[in-house]
Design a protein around this ligand. Structure first.
Ligand code: CA
Length: 439
């Protein structure tokens, strides 16, 4: 299991125990606290508004709940029987994305991205198939039988799926897709080649390693979606669904609901850099030629190159707005091990966070629950700065939990979705709301 070894190699590199000494913001305490809203979940992966009064909360292992603001849950759907996952283990598969159609109130359509068993006709020995499916809600429940599979992407390994979906201000559906999961996104030997070609990030003939954009309102011949006319390869040159490429593992993607309505995405790095990116149409985000703002070395991932490992011609690359050191390569300066994407804060309760991109590192330690929150601020010169965001409720600096995901409610207030074990099975998952400290 090459992919699994690649993944857990991270854990063995950093065996040091960190004493967490977060630098507080110069101006003092954050004024932010985490208020516990829900307990007893497994691994909560998505939280999004439902009808202004309730939110949808997905667990990666299958159940989707309706949640009231005070944390009462009611069943909405259960994808358990539709998933290819290993409950109880670390797993990157499951229910990964939920998005309501922009006109959901009228048409009751919503979209779920999940990891299904490998479909018939998929390449032999591959791991599973990622489905993006449309469903119709009936009252306060989703009818699984209403499923219409919109898009399927076969996945060679269990990891690096991405699977975050969201509608843009243009009304199109955006999907983040990881590179397939093989360490360094390369072939190592003939056995590997049985799982398909590598270099997926830069290969324009696969949807692996891409940000995808489709039009679910204009089905085209033979499929349930149309291609936006201005997609970069709508007229040829690559898969027409591609919006941006050079992506490794997008564990978080969201549009800013204010400002310029920009698309924020995070990239879980291989070993050196964890990234936050602003995604633009036609952008090449570098993987696997670049990690952070360096030339990546796919044969020796801890030793960056001084030039690209193959000639990219006149390709232009977009570097991240934030790149922070991974503890695997930077035992002293490292800020974490795996970035978790969040949202630009546009709520009212926490004016000190207005316009900042709130995100997290999954944990400072692969096997201990030491997730940390960060805030990125755009300076007057357009450059972004990253600061610790230490909730006063968790003054040791880390949350005592793995940070699985973030959610946003109708008012733009943010939620942090956590779990104590880093695995899917136990009921240690919690939902916290970011609130004003002292309330
Ligand atoms: Ca990149």
């Amino acid at each position: 299991m090459q992919a699994i070894r690649a993944l857990f190699a991270l854990a063995s590199v950093a065996t040091l125990v960190l004493t967490s000494t977060p630098a507080r913001a110069a101006e003092g305490k954050s004024g932010v606290a985490l208020k516990l809203v829900v307990t007893n979940l497994t691994a909560p992966s998505v939280l999004t508004d439902f009808d202004g009064k309730r939110m949808l909360v997905a667990e990666q292992v299958g159940p989707i709940h309706l949640m009231t603001p005070d944390g009462k849950l009611a069943p909405f759907a259960d994808f358990t029987s539709k998933l290819a996952i290993t409950p109880g283990k670390f797993d990157e598969r499951g229910v990964l994305g939920v998005a309501l159609h922009p006109r959901f109130t009228a048409n009751r359509r919503l979209y779920v991205c999940y990891s299904a068993p490998l479909r018939a006709g998929a390449p032999t020995n591959w791991n599973h198939t990622m489905n993006v499916s449309e469903f119709t809600a009936k009252g306060d429940a989703l009818a699984l039988g209403s499923e219409r599979i919109v898009l399927q992407i076969d996945q060679p390994y269990f990891n690096h799926n991405g699977g975050r979906i969201c509608f843009g201000p243009d009304g199109f559906l955006y999907l983040g897709v990881g590179d397939g999961g093989h360490k360094n996104d390369i072939n190592k030997d003939d056995a590997d080649k049985a799982r398909g070609p590598r270099g997926n990030g830069q290969n324009l003939n696969t949807l692996l390693g891409k940000i995808v954009r489709i039009d679910v309102d204009k089905p085209a011949a033979g499929r349930l979606y149309g291609i936006p006319m201005d997609n970069p390869f709508a007229q040829g040159g690559g898969r027409p669904e591609i919006y941006a490429w050079g992506i490794r593992n997008p564990w978080g993607m969201s549009f800013d609901r204010g400002g310029q309505r920009e698309l924020f995405e995070v990239e879980v790095g291989q070993s050196r850099w964890e990234e936050v990116n602003l995604i633009v149409k036609g952008g090449n985000y570098g993987w696997n030629l670049r990690e952070g703002a360096e030339w990546f070395n796919p044969k020796k991932e801890l030793a960056p190159l001084d030039k690209p490992y193959f000639d990219p011609g006149n390709a232009k690359f977009i570097d991240p707005i934030i790149a922070y050191e991974n503890l695997a390569a930077f035992p002293q300066a490292g800020k974490g091990k795996s970035v978790t994407g969040g949202y630009v804060y546009r709520g009212r309760a926490l004016p000190q966070l207005a316009g900042k991109y709130i995100f997290a590192d999954w944990s400072k330690h692969f096997s201990l629950p030491q997730g940390v929150l960060y805030a990125a601020t755009r300076g007057g010169d357009g450059k972004w700065r990253m600061d610790d965001l230490v909730p006063e409720s968790h003054a040791t600096g880390h949350l005592g939990a793995f940070v699985w995901a973030f959610g946003e409610d109708k008012d733009g207030e943010l939620y942090v979705l956590t779990n104590q074990t880093g695995a899917l099975g136990t009921k240690s998952g919690k939902i916290w709301k970011l609130v004003k400290a002292g309330n």
